[in-house]
Design a protein around this ligand. Structure first.
Ligand SMILES: [Zn+2]
Ligand SMILES: [Zn+2]
Length: 447
């Protein structure tokens, strides 16, 4: 089957697995996941699944909460089916951190007779399992306990190594199980974080298209539509989250998995992550450095989405004179930039500076080239921005679901917001609305 913009929104998750698809964009798309089961009672299919895949010796990983929610049940169910089980339950007083200690504990408890890792949990547990699956060369199965983030199906994991957050190559799970009976009882702030992560895709897709317009970056309309359709589906159930409505939870979990599949299809996180994620990453780093209690990734993404969408709307409402913009674009205070990066990124500043630093003349030359492209393609930029739901609508969605909507709600001071807007773009080398505003010299002027 060839994927195109007409058929992509009619396909189920199952239709997208186990095949290499030709796509309208000219590339082939595939994902290394064999099965996704999102349904009530899905967890009961586990013993049968292990038999189907001839896996006999599972290593279960959970933390004390997820063990209680589903891990102990998995253990009992497998033992009753005469499957020899070994388990690691992380018993932390606070949240489990995906760091050197967590990986060390995994290795100390693991034995080589195991042929599959079963991750019972959400973000951190699944990241540990995906990474160890990659390192040990054995498959993993994810049993989701909360629809809280889009990493279930992705091939990278987030770790905090040497106190710095890093994204590390991993293997996606062979099977993802989302038991709606379990997911709907997840802590509400985790459900809302999943929703925030999904709403961020509107902004991520806009930024992906901007990268295509300005830098001629690869872009796939089909994958973009796949992601957009999944977010629209989550939004269509917006009043259901508060009530833990089963259909809303099911759509959310499906959306989070589909986004992971979309990332595998294009080989990077472009369809899932743009400026709203860079803002979230910067806040996360700041919290980490200051030793503050972490806030869920998706919660920050949802708030970041409102911020960047607002900037985009203001941009297309502005009166622009490209001759003046081009003249101003020739000036860049490199010293101030370095100082500000050091002030904000602290320990990670050298890395951030190395990632972004270019000789002054090249920097300006490239910026002027991009500005030229922005001017030439202004109409399609406006069209791209106009396709995204307005910041106010995103705010309404989050409000209606009961999620935080402003940086202050999660402990971000007002004085950090301006810094965030100006310097979040340095987190990644990726073209976004923030970089577009910087090219135009408007990033610190639009409020
Ligand atoms: Zn494609
Ligand atoms: Zn995310």
């Amino acid at each position: 089957m060839k994927l195109n913009v007409k058929n992509i929104d009619k396909l189920t998750i199952g239709d997208l697995l186990n095949e290499e698809f030709d796509c309208e964009c000219g590339r082939k798309h595939s994902v290394y996941i064999d099965k996704v089961i999102i349904d009530n009672g899905a967890i009961d299919e586990l013993p049968q699944l292990l038999r189907e895949f001839k896996l006999e010796s599972p290593f279960i990983v959970a933390d004390k909460n997820t063990y209680e929610v589903a891990g102990s049940r998995v253990e009992r169910m497998l033992s009753a089916s005469n499957i020899n089980v070994r388990s690691l339950i992380y018993k932390r007083e606070h949240d489990l951190v995906p760091d050197e200690r967590a990986l060390g504990e995994f290795m100390l408890n693991y034995d080589r007779s195991r042929d599959v890792i079963i991750a019972v949990g959400s973000g951190v547990i699944c990241d540990i399992a995906k990474y160890m699956s990659f390192s040990l060369g054995i498959p993993s199965i994810a049993i989701a306990t909360a629809p809280s983030m889009d990493g279930y199906a992705s091939d990278c994991s987030a770790f905090i190594i040497d106190d710095i957050k890093r994204s590390i190559q991993s293997s996606p799970p062979k099977v993802i199980i989302g038991d709606v009976d379990i997911l709907k009882d997840a802590p509400m702030d985790m459900i809302l974080a999943g929703l925030g992560d999904m709403l961020g895709k509107y902004s991520a897709l806009r930024d992906w298209k901007l990268g295509n317009i300005i830098l001629n970056e690869y872009y796939c309309d089909v994958v973009s539509k796949l992601v957009k359709t999944s977010v629209d589906k989550c939004v269509s159930e917006i009043e259901g989250y508060k009530e833990r409505d089963e259909l809303a939870i099911e759509h959310l979990m499906e959306g989070l998995v589909l986004v992971g599949i979309a990332m595998s299809f294009v080989g990077n996180s472009r369809p899932a992550s743009g400026a709203e994620h860079h803002i979230s990453h910067l806040w996360e780093m700041m919290f980490l450095i200051e030793g503050k209690e972490p806030v869920f990734h998706g919660t920050k993404v949802g708030i970041g989405t409102i911020l960047v969408n607002r900037l985009a709307e203001k941009l297309i409402d502005s009166n622009l004179n490209f001759d003046i913009l081009k003249e101003e674009a020739k000036y860049f205070d490199e010293q101030k930039w370095c100082e500000d990066i050091k002030r904000l990124y602290k320990k990670t500043a050298p890395e951030i500076i190395a990632l972004n630093k270019k000789p002054y003349d090249i920097l300006i030359e490239e910026r002027l080239d991009r500005l030229e492209r922005i001017e030439d393609n202004w109409d399609s930029i406006v069209e791209t921005i106009n396709k995204v739901p307005k910041s106010q609508r995103i705010e309404c969605f989050l409000n209606e679901a009961g999620a935080p909507t402003s940086p202050q709600d999660i402990g971000i001071d007002n004085n950090i917001i301006k810094d965030t807007i100006i310097y979040a773009k340095e987190v990644r080398q990726r073209y976004t609305i923030l970089r577009l505003l910087w090219d135009m010299g408007l990033l610190d002027k639009i409020e």
